[in-house]
Design a protein around this ligand. Sequence first.
Ligand SMILES: Cc1cc2nc3c(=O)[nH]c(=O)nc-3n(C[C@H](O)[C@H](O)[C@H](O)COP(=O)(O)O)c2cc1C
Length: 172
Amino acid sequence: MRAFATGVCVASTYRDTPDGRRHDAVTVNSLGSISLDPPLVSLSFRLGSAFLDDLLATGRWAVSILPASARDTARRLAGPRETRAPHVADLPARPGDRTGALVLAGAGWLECALRDRFDLGDHALVVGDVLATGPDGRPPTLVFLHGRYHAVDDPGSIGVDLSTPGHWGEGI
Ligand SMILES: Cc1cc2nc3c(=O)[nH]c(=O)nc-3n(C[C@H](O)[C@H](O)[C@H](O)COP(=O)(O)O)c2cc1C
């Protein structure tokens, strides 16, 4: 899987506690596109993940697809909760309108509600209904490959027409 290039995302959720709302955000690359009608996406988390516990309790989360300029954010949010907590507080982000989960500035984003959860081996696959999406420009996307972050500086000469729903389009 190290040879499989993925985008890099920040998943965010929160937990309401007696002391108020505690946001959390974590670096993930397991985002999957599951269905177009209805729109469904998935994420996979290690069983026992503190982030997963909050996501399942709240049933709401957001995914921000990181631009190439956000590698430091990806690094900071890839550790355990204690180390990422101060960085979560400093994120350039706002609560999403539909979920309240943090949406990062400068990223494409999706807001999701929990539809289903499958325990598979040592991970849980969570599937969410997509409640809202937003683009924020089209900056180059951060890519994870062979254990390193990369910027794709060649936007590519092959375009894909995604204007027709459900059609992947052909390279032109
Ligand atoms: C590029 C990258 C992608 C990652 N993707 C995932 C992921 O899809 N699922 C996951 O559980 N952890 C993933 N991690 C690890 C998390 O960032 C984080 O270390 C872990 O969720 C922390 O566990 P906790 O929720 O118990 O604190 C990834 C880390 C990196 C650097």
